[in-house]
Design a protein around this ligand. Structure first.
Ligand SMILES: NC(=O)c1ccc[n+]([C@@H]2O[C@H](COP(=O)([O-])OP(=O)(O)OC[C@H]3O[C@@H](n4cnc5c(N)ncnc54)[C@H](OP(=O)(O)O)[C@@H]3O)[C@@H](O)[C@H]2O)c1
Length: 253
């Protein structure tokens, strides 16, 4: 049985809690959070605390707080024997000021109240002390079928790639929704297109999957789209993306 303490009560902490609570060989010893109201969600099932000196002993401490607070929270764990890991894609492992440290980074977008099946989520692990690797791997395998060892430099690049494919794409959905709403059109009209775009790259590479005016070099259509945009930021983004796409395919045009 692996004993775990979760530190944090936000999006990821809630998803980790739901995954670990039903794992047969994991015991969530405690959830730590500074906000007593948010701890209520966990209280029917496990012990909670909001005072650092009351944090219990465990095999693994998982810090799932905002990136800028990781060090501050880790400092409460300096006398603990278990491994202390953070869950961030962007922060290096060595930011944790404790010898037995590591990273447990689940590569997915987690939102409160939006359940996910953890078993398909890649979990990227890193440890400072080799002796802790087996424990962290076994813990990750309790919830995920996709566990990888990835160092801090690679993880930062992975996170960078994730920002492009998730955060930026989602912002583009937002712009699409805004354009539809202003025309009284339902955003749901675009949903089959969004789904097919995501499905397609499971079978062919993004470079093969690209379509549209910039790939074809249809400059008149590009001009016409630009003339329809009223928001200057959207004009800049449209121009930037069209130029970037054109550059990729220009030899073929
Ligand atoms: N969400 C994702 O999709 C995702 C995916 C992979 C990895 N991660 C990583 O998971 C970690 C948590 O992200 P999240 O999305 O769960 O964030 P979140 O929903 O914004 O939750 C942040 C948590 O941090 C706590 N916190 C902030 N400052 C604190 C401090 N000084 N001391 C103690 N607790 C503090 C917050 O407590 P209060 O409620 O009291 O403010 C809250 O519990 C981050 O390192 C992030 O990079 C997130």
């Amino acid at each position: 049985m692996y004993s775990v303490i979760l530190l944090g009560t936000g999006n990821l902490a809630q998803h980790l809690f739901d995954a670990f609570i039903s794992a047969p060989n994991v015991k969530i010893e405690q959830v730590y959070g500074r906000n007593a109201e948010k701890l209520k969600r966990f209280q029917p099932q496990v012990a909670t605390c909001s005072i650092p000196s009351e944090i219990k002993d465990a095999d693994v401490y998982i810090i799932a707080v905002k990136d800028d607070a990781i060090v501050q929270v880790a400092e409460h764990l300096s006398s603990k024997k278990g491994i202390v890991v953070h869950t961030s894609g962007a922060k290096e492992m060595d930011c944790i000021p404790i010898p037995n440290r590591g990273v447990f980074y689940p590569l997915q977008t987690f939102t409160e109240g939006k359940p996910l099946d953890f078993k398909d989520i890649p979990v990227c692990l890193e440890v400072k002390q080799d002796s802790s690797l087996q424990l962290l791997q076994a813990l990750a395998q309790e919830v995920s079928g996709r566990v990888y060892q990835i160092d801090s430099e690679q993880r930062k690049k992975l996170h960078l790639a994730a920002v492009f494919v998730n955060n930026f794409t989602n912002h583009l959905y937002h712009i699409g929704e805004d354009i539809c709403q202003k025309e009284g059109l339902s955003f749901s009209l675009l949903q089959p297109l969004i789904q097919e775009t995501a499905k397609k790259i499971l079978e062919i590479s993004p470079i093969e999957a690209q379509t549209g005016p910039a790939r074809r070099g249809d400059d008149q259509s590009i001009k016409s789209h630009l003339s329809l945009l009223k928001n200057q930021k959207h004009v800049e983004l449209y121009t930037l993306f069209s130029e970037a796409i054109k550059k990729v395919y220009e030899e073929k045009l």
